[in-house]
Write a protein that binds this ligand. Structure first.
Ligand SMILES: NC(=O)c1ccc[n+]([C@@H]2O[C@H](COP(=O)([O-])OP(=O)(O)OC[C@H]3O[C@@H](n4cnc5c(N)ncnc54)[C@H](OP(=O)(O)O)[C@@H]3O)[C@@H](O)[C@H]2O)c1
Length: 389
């Protein structure tokens, strides 16, 4: 039977989620083709992707990277530069599905453009919902855009709530691996190096999210993301540590039933589900063998080791401006740590300092999002300079 071919724009094609998406697409060439691939600076990776996926367009938001691709792309592939071109690819009529996988709040304008254009948006970029969740989901509602999570925990929740009554949900529990420092002596946490922090035990991810996993900021961002995606009050959202990363989330129902979703930790599974939920696609990941796995452990989060958790609870009880400050302070502190300008434990301290100096107000426009984001980054830069020099 002939299948309906879907054309994709991939924002953040040159990253880790971009690679998982390309892998799934190449397994299903009869279902998916690339309309546009959008990257930032990594021209060499884009060249490889363009050769394998043969998109109509390639966009590099970095103009130098775009320049370096002139005359090197396979015949017929058109090249553009800049964020406006990325936005145009996200809202283009020819794109049926947009995979939003740029990292950080830089990914918001293009993802939001896709939502406003009514696209099906496979959302990996959690920072979009953390900074502008209310606006993002309102726009999706207005345009009829379907926003499907790619984050493994949210993809798990999506599967556990499908076909169930929302009012019967008592609690959504996201699992966290605990990252590379779950068993490390707490007194040595300040001396963690960026190289140690990006070496995640279970997942192969980009540098920023790997550091976010090590600090547990990733789980904090995911709790805020879940609030908007599933329209859940903060007190119904929680997280536990599950070091094996096999159970990705659990949904507890009023009758005492708990539904959980399990899979080997490989982002191709949630990407495949987001691209097409029914019928399920072969994602290429290996089948889970529980007998071989032998045990699954679950541990409460030690808030002394992960002091970000009480902070995010406060953020979720506050107005939207605090999530923006939380995210911006983290993006700045995470980068400063990776550039050896800040110690590992200072990341959470900088976030706390910035939250303490930020206004707790409601947010109604994108202009307001950007101005609060800029203000928080300015506060973070000054706090980082004072701590790290
Ligand atoms: N990796 C995972 O397993 C995973 C799981 C769940 C959610 N996520 C989320 O998915 C998003 C992407 O994560 P990732 O791990 O794939 O990150 P990554 O490997 O670091 O890739 C990031 C992508 O964003 C692009 N990019 C960065 N800054 C940009 C800018 N200013 N303008 C345009 N493009 C820019 C990069 O382009 P260049 O490299 O070409 O500069 C790259 O394509 C993040 O929001 C992350 O939280 C990731």
């Amino acid at each position: 039977m002939a299948v309906d071919m879907k054309r994709l724009t991939i924002l953040g094609a040159t990253g880790s989620i971009g690679a998982s998406t390309a892998d799934v697409m190449l397994r299903h060439c009869e279902r998916f083709s690339a309309y546009a691939l959008v990257g930032g600076k990594n021209a060499e990776r884009m060249l490889q992707l363009a050769e394998s996926l043969q998109p109509e367009w390639v966009v590099m938001t970095d103009s130098k990277a775009a320049h370096s691709l002139h005359g090197r792309l396979p015949d017929g592939i058109r090249l553009e530069a800049g964020m406006d071109a990325a936005i145009a690819m996200a809202e283009a009529e020819q794109a049926d599905i947009v995979v939003a996988a740029m990292v950080g709040s830089a990914g918001l304008p293009a993802a939001l453009a896709a939502v406003k254009a009514g696209k099906k948006v496979c959302l990996a970029n959690k920072e979009c919902l953390v900074t502008a969740g209310r606006i993002f989901m309102q726009e999706a509602h207005l345009s009829g855009s379907e926003v499907v999570p790619v984050d493994s925990e949210h993809a798990a929740v999506h599967q556990c709530i499908a076909g169930h009554d929302r009012d019967s949900i008592e609690r959504i529990v996201l699992t966290a691996s605990g990252g590379p420092f779950l068993d490390r002596d707490i007194s040595t946490m300040a001396s963690v190096t960026p190289e140690e922090a990006v070496a995640h035990p279970n997942w192969d991810m980009g540098a920023k999210i790997s550091v976010d996993s090590a600090t547990m900021v990733n789980k904090a961002l995911e709790l805020i993301e879940a609030r908007w995606l599933f329209d859940m009050p903060p007190d119904k959202l929680s997280a536990i540590i599950h070091p094996q990363s096999i159970v990705h989330a659990l949904v507890e129902y009023r009758d005492g039933s708990v539904l959980a979703q399990m899979a080997e930790p490989d982002m191709r599974a949630p990407v495949a589900y987001a691209l097409q939920a029914t019928p399920r696609l072969n994602s290429g990941i290996s089948m889970l063998d529980l007998v071989k796995r032998q045990r699954l452990d679950f541990i409460g989060i030690d808030e002394q080791r992960f002091p970000i958790m009480p902070l995010v609870r406060d953020v979720m009880k506050s107005d939207d401006s605090m999530s923006i400050a939380f995210n911006a302070a983290n993006e700045e502190a995470n980068l400063a740590f990776r550039e050896h300008r800040l110690s590992f434990t200072d990341i959470t301290q900088i976030i706390e300092d910035v939250l303490g100096m930020s206004a707790d107000i409601s947010v109604h426009s994108l202009d307001q999002v950007w101005s609060l984001d800029q203000e928080a980054r300015r506060l973070a830069a000054s706090a980082i300079w004072k701590v790290g020099g």
